[in-house]
Design a binder for this molecule. Sequence first.
Ligand code: GLU
Length: 444
Amino acid sequence: MTVTRFAPSPTGYIHVGNLRTALFNYLIARKSGGEFVLRIDDTDPERSKEEYVDAIKQDLEWLGLTWDRIERQSQRLDRYEAAAEKLREMGRFYEAWETPTELDLKRKKQLNMGKPPVYDRAALGLSDEEKAALRTERGDGVWRFKLDHERITWEDGILGEVSIDAASVSDPVLIRADGQFLYTLASVVDDMEMGITNVVRGNDHVTNTATQIQMIRALGGEPPAFAHHSLLTGPQGESLSKRLGTLALRDLRENGVEPEALLSLMARLGSSQPVELRLSLDEIADGFELEQFGSAPTKFDVEDLYPLTAKKLHGLELEAVADEVRALGVPDDKAAAFWNVVRENITTRKEMAGWWALFRDGAEPLVDEEDREFVAQAFGMLGEPPYDAETWGNWTTAVKEATGRKGKKLFMPLRKAVTGLQRGPEMAEVMPLMQVKPGGKPGA
Ligand code: GLU
């Protein structure tokens, strides 16, 4: 059975970049009738926050990306300890005491000599006395996994064959000096013990994958199938890393983006398939193929979410928004007419309120200087509400007869005066929604 996981660290809100990872893993599990695990990577007690765990769940639920199981790394520390012990026994784990400054100095020297900045394994050459002295002087060291210096190769679901020379990679630190297990060890143990079969993550993890494959093998496991998707950039190809904070899923939700818009875009962006609005995860899963994604950075423009959001709203029936429409104060007998007029003219649900305010209170008329008299005369010929489907036709016919104006010169000034807008819905449909006589507001 296919088992995938989404493994966020609860150190912040999840954003569009995380969503891509979550969605790909979700879709792979869903398509094959497998399981999708939500794994909370909370081994860092200082940076992990419960409020972010809750927020991650809310965001995924909003999108319908429900998980079959939730796992928390903080509850599995004994498992990581057992794996560490195993690696120690095998001689694949060693303690090292270099300070960050010392490591930095080593790296600089290597770079100056034109060498790759790889940890030189000085700690491996320490005698027992030297180790004891360092422990007395500096306390516990960090624990590093001793890589086998050979090529690590895998068939990547997106990148094709990837081959990395382990000698070009530093032995990864798996336990910090304060005893905290680091993600790399925890992730390997979890992937093995949770039966994860497929891992999709960002290509910033490619080097991690190489070391993790060796670790899994050392621990007697079989590595899952890996795939690394490209990272998102801004519309001009600029790095998004600084802006991701403003692209949190909850901000998009606040701004009125519809979940289907976000899912439809994210499931196709960067692939050979066109982006089209899909209204369910089933439909989205349908055409989803990992192989269709390219390795080049994927340009993401938040603005692309709005036409998709608008399209979804245009297709919604009243039932889907009835509660919100009622909450605005729209009388039940006007609800259907209101929604019909409004849905074609909004980009997000949030704009519904503005339309209702316009119908309820009237707009501030938009009147060009040369139309001032004409508009005043026209308003003089309009009765008080309620209006009906005939009102606009009857009124404009009467105004036409009285003023001799016709066509655009007749209709445009009246539309602008009634709605305060250059364009918008059919006026015959607007008039029955007006709760007050238009033109009452200043400017008329
Ligand atoms: N917590 C890790 C991250 O957010 C998970 C990476 C992985 O998928 O293994 O980067």
